[in-house]
Design a protein around this ligand. Structure first.
Ligand SMILES: Nc1ncnc2c1ncn2[C@@H]1O[C@H](COP(=O)(O)OP(=O)(O)OP(=O)(O)O)[C@@H](O)[C@H]1O
Length: 302
């Protein structure tokens, strides 16, 4: 028997209360507006995102779609204008300066595209990995060497940055990001400056961090070698999550993202194929919603 309207409403209300639930990363209606010289740029316009603990996801989108803004918010570098952003139970909008420092030191690790931004050139790989541990007052003997080994760059331990290749530097950078056992690693175009073979090694290292240490990994990337090999790829368009690709046992399925108020972006080619514009007719069926081009009725034009 199909559910009554009130039953459907009750179910929807239950789901709303649980939005985000115990997800590791929760963004709910996230807004980030930049104001420069009186001009406002809305970089994130009500972005919703849920990522579970231990996931490895890629974020893709055209230049200017808001990917770096999102990563800056999640890394605690930038404060959103409105909405909810929560990582591992930490509310990123209401953090004090002290909380922010602790969050950036203990909860989250980062890997940037520019290798120079990740490592101090006058220190060896081992010293680079030890530095965040020393700053946090929890240096542990042997941990730096273990992490470098795990990332496949144990042989670089005694080398300074200019004595390593770009791919080795990025793998050392991942070891640095992991130094204080963060719950989340954020990587912004980590393979952007590398050739495909080296990209493979860097992606492999991130996957190892995820698989063996259980750390949640979020990678912003333009690199298909990365985005087509994770279980979930999230597409961002105009400051909102618009699509998701899920991969199970090698089969990729594309989804549109339905936001909390019911908006979804229909793919442009679907709309063009059926000449849909301005309004569509919806019909609720027991297991799907039908979307049809609007009938041409004279009353429509009044
Ligand atoms: N500090 C800033 N001040 C003003 N506008 C900004 C600032 N940072 C980003 N923007 C604007 O916000 C929008 C989103 O930028 P963002 O850098 O997040 O995009 P992106 O998807 O990371 O792009 P790319 O792939 O080129 O790095 C753009 O219109 C950008 O110009």
């Amino acid at each position: 028997m199909s559910p009554t309207l009130s039953e459907l409403e009750a179910r929807a209300a239950e789901k709303k209360a649980a939005f985000g639930g115990d997800a590791h990363i929760v963004c709910d209606n996230l807004v980030r507006i930049y104001k420069t010289e009186g001009v406002e740029v809305v970089a994130l316009q009500g972005l919703d995102l849920l990522i579970q603990q231990g996931e490895l996801v890629a974020i893709v989108g055209a230049s200017g779609s808001g990917k770096s803004t999102l990563l800056n918010v999640l890394s605690g570098l930038d404060v959103p204008t409105a909405g909810v952003a929560r990582v591992a139970g930490t509310d990123l909008l209401s953090m004090t300066a002290k909380d922010r420092l602790r969050y950036r030191r203990d909860i989250v690790g980062f890997v940037w595209q520019q290798t120079a931004r990740n490592l101090l050139p006058y220190l060896t790989a081992r010293e680079n990995v030890e530095l965040p541990m020393k700053l946090a007052g929890k240096a542990r003997r042997g941990r730096a060497a273990d992490l470098l080994d795990l990332m496949g760059v144990g042989s670089c331990a005694g080398r300074k940055v200019p004595e390593m290749s770009g791919g080795e530097q990025q793998r050392v950078a991942i070891a640095v990001a992991l130094a204080n056992s963060p719950q989340l690693v954020l990587a912004d175009e980590p393979t952007g400056e590398l050739d495909s073979e080296t990209s493979e090694e860097v992606f492999g290292a991130l996957r190892k961090a995820n698989g063996e240490l259980g750390v949640t990994v979020v990678i912003v990337t333009h690199d298909p070698l990365v985005s087509e090999r994770v279980d979930r790829t999230i597409g961002i368009r105009d400051g909102r999550t618009s699509s998701e690709t899920l991969r199970r046992e090698g089969v990729a399925e594309e989804y549109a993202v339905l936001d909390r108020v019911g908006r979804l972006q229909l793919p442009r080619d679907f709309m063009n194929a059926l000449d849909m514009e301005r309004r569509v007719r919806l019909e609720l069926e027991s297991d799907h919603i039908g979307v049809w081009p609007a009938r041409e009725e004279p009353s429509d034009e009044q």
